[in-house]
Design a protein around this ligand. Structure first.
Ligand SMILES: [Zn+2]
Length: 273
C-alpha cells in the first residue's frame, strides 16, 4: 500500500468516525451520513429550482390537479407515519420521459411521460409513494455522503457543496445524480438494492395509508416487469424489476393492508389515468 493511499484511507476513516449515523424509519438500518438535514434539504431545493427553470409545467389542468391530489395524500401519509417535516411541493412537468422524483426536503417532480405507465391513481400513488420514501429515508443524502467521503479521500473536499450559481455544472450534475435525477442529466444511476427494497416497503405503507389499495403497488411492478422492449422507461431502467423485488413486496403486503384499514378514506385503485 502506498503512503498516499494509507493517508487517503486514514482521512476516509476519520470522516466516517466524525459523520453521524442516521436511522431509516420502518427498517431500523443505520446509514452513513455526512450531510446535515439543513444542507441536504437546501441542495434539494436548489436542484428543484434548477430543474424547474429549464422545464415547462404541464398545461393539462385536470391532470395537474390529479397529480397534486394523489401526491398530497401520499405526503400526508408520510407526515402521519414518519414526520419528516418537509416543505412539500408538487410539479407536473411536460416532458415525454417516464420518470418521477422526490428531492430532499419534499420537492416532488412528476414527468408527464410516466402517467401512461401509472395506469390509474393507485399506480401513480405507488410511484410517488416510492419516491417520497427514498427522500424520507434520506437515500439521496446517503449516496451524496458516500460520494463526499470518496472525494474527500481524493483530496477534492469542498468542491461539491461549494458554489450556488444553479448552473448545470459538474457539481450540480453530481448532486442531481445522487438525489435521483441522474437520468435527466445523462447519468443513469440506479439506487442500490437495499435502497430499492426500503423504498418499496415504506412507499407501499404510504400508499396504503393514503387510501390506495396496496395490492395495486404489486400490480404496478408486475406491469413494469413485462416491459422488455425498448425504449425502456427511465424509471424502469433505474428501478430494475425482478422476482425478488416482487416476492419482498408480497411479504410486506399484510403490514400495508393494516395501514389501508387505518386510511380515513379508501380510494381503491382510484380513477383510470
Ligand atoms: Zn427507487
Amino acid at each position: 500500500m502506498t503512503s498516499q493511499l494509507k493517508y487517503q484511507l486514514c482521512i476516509l476513516f476519520a470522516l466516517a468516525f466524525l459523520a453521524s449515523c442516521a436511522t431509516v424509519p420502518h427498517t431500523g438500518r443505520k446509514q452513513f451520513n455526512m450531510v446535515s438535514d439543513a444542507d441536504l434539504n437546501s441542495l434539494g431545493i436548489q436542484a428543484f429550482n434548477s430543474v424547474m427553470q429549464q422545464e415547462s409545467r404541464s398545461k393539462d389542468k385536470q391532470l395537474t390537479e390529479t397529480v397534486r391530489a394523489v401526491s398530497q395524500r401520499i405526503t400526508q401519509a408520510a407526515e402521519a407515519l414518519d414526520k419528516p417535516k418537509f416543505n412539500w411541493d408538487v410539479e407536473l412537468v411536460e416532458r415525454d420521459v417516464a420518470n418521477a422524483v422526490c428531492l430532499p426536503g419534499g420537492k416532488i417532480i412528476v414527468f408527464t411521460g410516466i402517467i401512461p405507465h401509472a395506469h390509474n391513481e393507485a399506480g401513480l400513488a405507488a410511484i410517488v409513494g416510492h419516491e417520497v420514501a427514498h427522500a424520507v429515508a434520506r437515500h439521496g443524502g446517503e449516496r451524496l455522503s458516500q460520494k463526499l467521503a470518496l472525494q474527500s479521500a481524493l483530496g477534492l473536499s469542498g468542491e461539491i457543496l461549494r458554489g450556488r450559481d444553479g448552473k448545470l455544472d459538474q457539481r450540480t450534475r453530481l448532486i442531481l445524480g445522487a438525489l435521483g435525477l441522474g437520468a435527466e442529466v445523462g447519468i443513469v444511476l440506479p439506487y442500490s438494492r437495499i435502497h430499492e427494497f426500503e423504498a418499496d416497503r415504506i412507499g407501499q405503507l404510504y400508499m396504503a395509508r393514503a387510501g390506495y389499495d396496496p395490492q395495486e403497488y404489486l400490480k404496478l411492478w408486475e406491469r413494469m416487469a413485462k416491459i422488455k422492449k425498448p425504449p425502456i422507461p427511465v424509471w424502469l431502467s433505474t428501478h430494475p424489476t425482478d422476482d425478488e423485488r416482487i416476492a419482498k413486496l408480497k411479504e410486506n403486503l399484510p403490514a400495508a393492508m393494516r395501514e389501508y384499514e387505518n386510511a380515513v378514506t379508501k380510494h381503491g385503485a382510484g380513477r383510470a389515468l
